[in-house]
Design a protein around this ligand. Sequence first.
Ligand code: F6P
Length: 368
Amino acid sequence: AKNIAVMTSGGDAPGMNANVRAIIRAAIYKGCKAYAVYEGYSGLVKGGPEYIREMHWNDVRGWLAEGGTNIGTARCMEFKERWGRSAACKNMIDAGIDALIVCGGDGSLTGADLFRAEWPSLIKELHETGKITTQQYENHKHLNICGTLGSIDNDMSLTDATIGCYSSLARICKAIDYIDATANSHQRAFVIEVMGRHCGWLALMAGIATSADYLFIPEKPSSHKDWSDHMCEIVAAHRARGKRKTIVIVAEGAIASDLTPVTCEDVKNVLVDRLGLDTRITTLGHVQRGGNAVAYDRILATMQGVAAVDAVLEGTPEIPSPMISIIENKIVRKPLVEAVKLTKSVAEAIRSKDFAKAISLRDSEFVE
Ligand code: F6P
């Protein structure tokens, strides 16, 4: 039996609670003790019973559908420093934790992977400076770590979906359905900004699901030298066919072909000045991250949680830290470090304007 801790990190996502619930209950079911680290990596750095708490079966009752994360999350700067990771290491050992499951996005999982790689040198240092006993040193030579993927952005390589992305997408579509009614009534245009950081998945899927007129995503800037000509041509054609409303979706990381950001304000100005459309901007903001998890996210989070407990129970120092993914509807383990590396290469290719490379990297993900 092991002492397994779960933590949520980075931006909250609907389904994180379902993931924590599944991990805690699967750990208890397998005869282990379950713990929750509160407030993400910053709770791990602070340590002690306030932040690292043993959890029982009933502590997570009712968490399956709830949005957000009840154990808190943070974007933690201290964990980026070695002293922060050393404090986290000592706190985990003091609490007797043998395995850590981190639910978060690529930044959080990069931190998790670094933590595991550094673990041997961190414990050696703690032992040599007398901060942990020889017994503790012997018992905690290896850190068993596993990532589950929680992020509304669906921006991680080597998985089809991240926990929360379908809830967020459903919320975006609902909001656009509401906007449709008023846009249609006034024959207006709406420019809608959606989240996703450097990833256009939410914008692209929302565009398909709401039949938006035009959209901007970071991965594929319009190949047209001047996006405004192309957008106006399309929007004007739709209006000429009798469409009373115009919806343009802008991903928050959207860029033009010269890599300059495309903002909602830019798009609005073009629609007003060139097409004379009465135009409003709606930034959906954090509404996209709130509310209950949709069924898909509850199921994904639960299946990933159970698989993560199995993965840490089977983990050995020789096996690279896994991340639990869903690929072609199957829950699978993937090497965390590779997924993080691939995610970063895609972002790098986009930054250096090599869109063909970004797309081929994305395609290469699922080739064995
Ligand atoms: O990663 C999730 C996300 O909601 C992104 O889509 C967005 O760019 C970012 O977090 C917003 O961060 P914050 O909640 O810290 O403002």
